[in-house]
Design a protein around this ligand. Structure first.
Ligand code: SF4
Length: 370
């Protein structure tokens, strides 16, 4: 195996799982809350560790080169395993399922998985919010099929409108026009509201902030600006490369007056702003300068079935071993997951820069889907 075993092995600690799973533990008391009283509401499911881009802030080409060994297919959770786990999470309070990667549309038969997940229901019969994050590279071909399979909406990553800037960032020479055509195809397929996420790096693409804002005003697309983050261990992050959201806001407000909007859902990561002239909405995701760990309700399932309780986690809990080991029923799985969540205390962004936060290597973002 390439990079991961040498430097980023997600440690899994099965001891806590065994205790939590024992029938003596009894059914989890709902709603679940972690040690900081945060509920479990949002599950991000990585369906592949592969991607056709090599964005420097996530999967730098010099690290994830042609020698990098991606996970063998047999190691990936099957669609049945993903759906079973998602069903258990939904029974524990999860209301939103986000499909991620790597680039999730590279997973063969993704539409089949979407259709399986779209049949899930919360304990009170509601349909979980089913969404997907993609780099948009395949949307022209895939949007209609994803919609027909039951996907509700999606988020597209696009870091600039200028081809030279965007291609420098995706590092595979992928053109902006194809992503824009993909967004149009998704809109035409009824996959909305569509969000576009732009990771802003000072001195790299911050000159694209206004062109992007101008392009998506009056388009129905919600454009969000993400502060560049120190995810994983391979992107060489430095604080002086971060352009604070406050500066992004200042630049846009200088062109188009903005009004604050309230959160649309508990635990939402973006601060929302509306153009005063009705030109639509933007969002600012400020994990570095305005940490939002206080109401973080997100769990992450890695491509091969490890449960992570933070984007910057040092270790994961191996749920796949439970699925493929001694037979366990869903009640045992629920107790295992509840045991992990109720013991959760992650708040990396609040601790960034402290010795505690820097103590161990962080899991790679492409492996747990951002
Ligand atoms: S740093 Fe971790 S705990 Fe904080 S908001 Fe991000 S994922 Fe949640």
């Amino acid at each position: 195996m390439g990079l991961m075993p040498a430097r980023i092995i997600p440690l899994h600690d099965d001891r806590s799982l065994a205790v939590a799973m024992s029938p003596a533990a009894g059914p989890p008391s709902l709603p679940l809350a972690d040690t900081l009283a945060r509920p479990l509401r949002d599950l991000r499911i990585s369906v592949t560790d592969r991607c056709n881009f090599r964005c420097g802030y996530c999967m730098p080409k010099q690290v994830f080169d042609k020698h990098h060994e991606f996970l063998p297919h047999a190691d990936l959770l099957s669609f049945e395993e993903i759906t079973r786990l998602a069903g258990v999470f939904t029974g524990l309070g999860v209301e939103k399922l986000r499909i991620t990667g790597g680039e999730p549309t590279l997973r063969r038969g993704l539409e089949t998985l979407i259709a399986m997940l779209a049949r899930l229901r919360t304990p009170d019969g509601r349909v979980p919010d089913l969404t997907l994050t993609t780099n948009g590279s395949t949307l022209v071909k895939k949007a209609a099929g994803l919609r027909a399979a039951g996907l509700k909406r999606l988020t597209v990553s696009l870091d600039g409108l200028d081809d030279a800037v965007f291609q420098r960032m995706n590092d595979v020479g992928f053109p902006v026009a194809t992503v824009l055509d993909g967004i149009a195809a998704a809109q035409a397929a009824g996959l909305g509201p569509i969000k576009v996420n732009m990771v802003v790096q000072r001195g790299v693409n911050d000159d694209q902030i206004l062109p992007m804002a101008r392009h998506f005003r009056h388009s129905g697309v919600v454009l969000r600006f993400i502060e560049y983050m120190d995810v994983g261990t391979t992107n060489g992050w430095r604080m002086d490369q971060v352009l604070p959201s406050a500066e992004v806001l200042r630049r846009i407000a200088a062109e188009w007056p903005l009004q604050p909007l309230s959160h649309s859902a508990p635990g939402e990561t973006a601060q929302r702003w509306a153009y005063a002239d009705g030109g639509g909405e933007i969002g600012l995701i400020s994990s570095v300068t305005q940490a939002f760990c206080g109401d973080c309700n997100r769990a992450r399932l890695s491509t091969e079935g490890r449960l992570y309780t933070c984007l910057f986690a040092h270790r994961g809990h191996d749920l796949r071993a439970l699925l493929r080991g001694e037979p366990v029923d869903d009640a045992q799985l629920a107790r295992a997951i509840a045991g992990v969540w109720t013991g959760r205390s992650d708040r990396y962004s609040q601790l960034r820069g402290t010795a505690q936060a820097a103590a161990e290597p962080r899991v790679e973002m492409h492996y747990i889907g951002g």
